[in-house]
Design a protein. Structure first.
Length: 121
């Protein structure tokens, strides 16, 4: 691991059980309750951060940070998000560079994003 890496993320939810179940059902994340810490943790095959960017706001309303979850079929996953109590903020959109993105709220209202990378040619 390199120095100054992002190594942890947290979601403060109004209903952690509902949020945990959402991420288990939609993305298959293995979240376990840690009695000592008093919250759910993901330890086995956790999502990783492999890149990022900074830009000047043009369309968004507030400064924000977005966590992007890599998916293979963004349209199917957007449907799954809504089926499990999430809300699509911005439907799947082709960025023009071969990537698709979709912003969504998990059940407590926190915004996340999904990204589908272009297949390698």
């Amino acid at each position: 691991m390199s120095a100054n890496s992002i190594v942890w993320w947290e979601l403060a939810s109004h209903d952690s059980e509902k949020s945990v179940q959402f991420f288990r059902d939609v993305f298959g994340w293995d979240l376990k309750f840690d009695e000592k810490a008093g919250f759910h943790k993901i330890r086995h095959n956790p999502p990783t951060v492999s890149g990022g960017g900074i830009f000047t706001l043009k369309r968004a309303r507030l400064p924000f940070i977005a966590l992007y979850i890599s998916v293979e079929d963004i349209h199917a996953m957007a449907k799954k998000v809504t089926e499990h109590g999430g809300f699509i903020v911005d439907p799947p959109l082709d960025t023009g560079g071969g990537e698709w993105i979709c912003l969504f709220n998990e059940p407590s209202g926190v915004t996340f994003a999904m990204i589908q990378e272009a297949p390698a040619s």
